[in-house]
Write a protein that binds this ligand. Structure first.
Ligand SMILES: *Cc1c(COP(=O)(O)O)cnc(C)c1O
Length: 396
């Protein structure tokens, strides 16, 4: 296989369509799907050479041509030196932590993180002697107070789930540099089409490609983007031997999805901004959170870090849980689902689903209220979405 085209200085939208593509001798236009777990060698010497590090594949747990194309395309889009695909977003997050941290290390993480990430930080890492401090991610002073000489990683998600609070990536990077810690950003909510954390100095970016990168709710996947030294010193050997490998089929789906990521994200953002403004005008909605609305407490920072406000809108129905349930149950078009980043609009009640594991105090600390709904705005006609919302609000 040879790379047929030189990526040169291709712009992001060109990279999204062509970055990382390699072709076989058949010169296929679409990227090939290599569903193979192993690879054969012409000679025993060739097998020996491959195992000593010669170019080429040996086993799909180590690498696969389709997965490699996806990784190269993601690296081009994020502006990262290297990328590695994983089985899911959680496999990516867990591998970043466990591949490099050791007993005695400390991490600082923003409280508002994806529920499963919080489980890894609070329940798994302490079993290996890795301690943590949780902070309000949007308050940069708290990051400053939390770092100590043994702090090795700062972990954040922005916009954060479900309140869409924004973390100042460059501000956190500055604090991390003082203690020589790495900054890890979970970029799943924005996708590289809207936000590239490495431009603000982040060391590592992780994704759940299950969300906007797939974009149609089909396959699980994850990505880790980092520099060569982190790959060589920590990640490569860990991934190869612990096995959170990405399925070539899922990599192929996500690779093809990247071709439309920019178009889809623009449409998600336009729809979400329209729906957010529409919700703000409804009397039964007491609060709307959307990063690019002027009433978002950090909309200036959001505009500095992101190209658009994203596809998720969070809002509060006046009347708490009962009112929120009535609203959700009365929706006819928008589905009740905890997933996000789908072409289909999906709504969830975070307090009783994604954030149910947290104590009421922890939920309150995050600003997750009983009337809060998180809406992942899809690609349907926004007029149909607004009509569905209005008729469901009438049931409240
Ligand atoms: C979904 C999600 C994850 C986990 O990804 P999976 O692919 O479901 O394992 C991690 N972080 C964020 C922000 C997510 O939305």
């Amino acid at each position: 296989m040879a790379t047929n085209k030189k990526p040169g200085n291709w712009r992001a939208r060109t990279q999204a369509v062509r970055g990382g593509q390699t072709r076989t001798g058949f010169q296929e236009t679409a990227e090939a799907l290599f569903l193979t777990s192993g690879y054969a060698y012409e000679t025993a010497e060739e097998a020996e050479a491959r195992f000593k590090g010669a170019d080429g594949f040996t086993y799909t747990r180590f690498g696969n041509p389709t997965v490699s194309m996806f990784e190269a395309r993601m690296a081009a889009l994020e502006g990262a030196p290297v990328a590695r695909g994983t089985a899911s977003g959680m496999a990516a997050v867990t591998a970043v932590f466990l591949s490099s941290l050791r007993v005695g290390d400390h991490i600082v993480a923003a409280k508002a993180m994806f529920g499963a990430c919080r489980y890894v930080v609070e329940d798994v890492l302490p079993r290996f002697g890795i301690t943590h401090t949780l902070v309000d991610g949007h308050d940069t002073a708290q990051w400053q107070d939390a770092v100590k000489p043994e702090t090795k990683m700062l972990f954040l998600e922005t916009p954060a789930n479900p309140t869409l609070a924004i973390v100042d990536i460059a501000g956190v990077v500055k604090i991390a540099k003082r203690v020589g810690a790495r900054v890890v950003v979970d970029n799943a909510f924005a996708s590289p089409a809207l936000q590239r954390p490495m431009e603000f100095g982040a060391d590592i970016v992780v994704h759940s490609s299950t969300k906007y990168i797939d974009g149609q709710g089909r396959c699980l996947g994850g990505v880790i983007l980092c520099r060569e030294d982190f790959l060589k010193d920590h990640l490569q050997i860990f991934l190869r031997n612990t096995g959170p490998a990405m399925s070539p089929f899922n990599a192929w789906v996500h690779l093809k999805s990247l071709e439309t990521l920019d178009l889809r994200m623009r449409a998600h953002c336009t729809n979400a901004a329209t729906v957010a403004d529409f919700l703000a005008g409804q009397s039964k909605v007491s609060r709307v959170l959307y990063p690019f609305r002027e009433d978002h407490p950090q909309h200036k920072l959001a505009r500095a870090q992101m190209e658009a406000g994203g596809g998720v809108v969070t809002f509060e129905i006046a009347g708490g849980k009962e009112a929120a349930y009535r609203f959700a149950d009365a929706l006819k078009l928008i589905d009740i689902s905890n997933n996000l980043g789908d072409a289909k609009s999906l709504i969830t009640h975070p307090a009783t689903t994604t954030h149910q594991r947290l104590s009421p105090e922890a939920r309150a600390g995050l600003g997750v209220t009983e009337g809060m709904m998180r809406l992942s705005v899809g690609l349907e006609d926004e007029a149909d979405l607004c009509e569905d919302i209005v008729s469901a609000l009438a049931a409240v």
